[in-house]
Design a binder for this molecule. Structure first.
Ligand SMILES: [Zn+2]
Ligand SMILES: [Zn+2]
Length: 335
């Protein structure tokens, strides 16, 4: 595909989409039912449908029987870890392998014209972004993801929280499934904004931001505090009446869905003319400029409401610069 039909490339080789980022079309004013109905397929496919599918696969083929879950043991916890790690290895690894190692698409639709493997840096373990990000994902974040999974499965199995059944509550649970991406967006925005405060940024979140030019392995490259808080979104299902499959879907939106913001390409060319939209641009801009786009790509436009939204345009750039100047002035005034 010709990426210059869809965007522009600067002298450094960085590609940017021509069209400014849009918040979810469901927010269009005035509200139009037709437009809202058009929004739904894109809301479900392909990403959320994929997370629903993996949650079901886990529930029927991976999660042990309830009697087993009622007793905490390393056996089933390590089994869940092994499946989570293998699934991430397959999913993130295949994008890494074809797009970052084989570079099958070159730099077409790539926001940053360079590849992390070509840019060694002292901020990373072994000076390598790839090795650093890989080790942090598999030995810090995926174990914490599994810990959250063990906590909610155990709580449901022991009857510590209500376990609503599908037969008795089909409408409520279906509605809750549709709300999961919204819960994710709000939870992520709040913890993310929190770890951008000075102290927590310095000691926690800067680990994730070392990857200024993220690739899939960067998705879960986190400090342990962030790794736990991020996946803890699934624990909301111990607070609201829910069901373990819905909690599993919530967890997969976080764990598997983290890759979306870190693909680094606007479109993945699955075949010559079948592009897969990555939805990565908003979070790519977050990695580039740090203090913009704390949420996802505008499902709930919290960034817009709080004044952090950067849609990739020059106007957004100017608003951001003005905000940074004002912040600097406030910091200087305090001294
Ligand atoms: Zn990120
Ligand atoms: Zn951040």
């Amino acid at each position: 595909m010709d990426d210059l039909q869809f965007g522009t490339r600067n002298k450094r080789g960085d590609w940017a989409p021509k069209e400014p980022l849009q918040i979810a079309s469901s927010w269009a004013v005035p509200f139009r039912l037709g437009q809202f109905l058009k929004f739904i397929p894109g809301y479900l496919f392909p990403w959320n449908a994929f997370h629903i599918a993996t949650a079901l696969l886990y529930w029927f083929y991976v999660v042990p029987p309830v009697e087993t879950l009622q007793t905490l043991s390393w056996g089933w916890a390590l089994w869940l870890y092994a499946v989570n790690a293998a699934a991430i290895f397959a999913l993130y690894g295949s994008v890494e392998f074809f797009w970052y190692v084989k570079r099958k698409q070159g730099t077409r639709f790539k926001y940053n014209g360079k590849f992390p493997a070509d840019q060694p840096s002292d901020v990373f373990w072994f000076k390598s972004q790839n090795i650093d990000n890989f080790l942090r994902s598999f030995f810090i974040s995926i174990p914490l993801w599994t810990l959250v999974e063990v906590i909610f499965l155990y709580a449901f199995a022991k009857g510590y929280v209500p376990w609503l059944t599908w037969s008795a509550n089909p409408v409520y649970l279906a509605a809750l499934v549709l709300l999961c991406p919204v819960i994710h967006e709000v939870h992520f925005f709040c913890i993310h904004r929190l770890i951008h405060t000075d102290f927590l940024y310095k000691h926690v979140h800067s680990v994730h931001h070392n990857s200024v030019n993220p690739s899939p392995w960067s998705s879960l490259s986190m400090h342990p505090v962030e790794g736990f808080l991020y996946h803890a979104v699934a624990l909301w299902h111990l607070v609201i009446p829910s069901n373990p499959i819905v909690a599993m879907f919530q967890l997969h939106v976080a764990g598997f869905g983290a890759v979306n913001g870190h693909i680094g390409f606007d479109k993945l060319e699955i075949t010559e003319d079948t592009p897969l939209e990555s939805h990565a641009y908003a979070h790519y801009l977050h990695h580039k400029y740090f203090e913009v786009n704390y949420g996802g790509d505008g499902l709930i436009p919290l960034d817009k409401w709080f004044g952090y939204w950067h849609d990739g345009t020059k106007e957004a750039e100017a608003r951001m610069e003005a905000r940074f100047e004002a912040k600097k002035a406030r910091a200087n005034a305090k001294r």
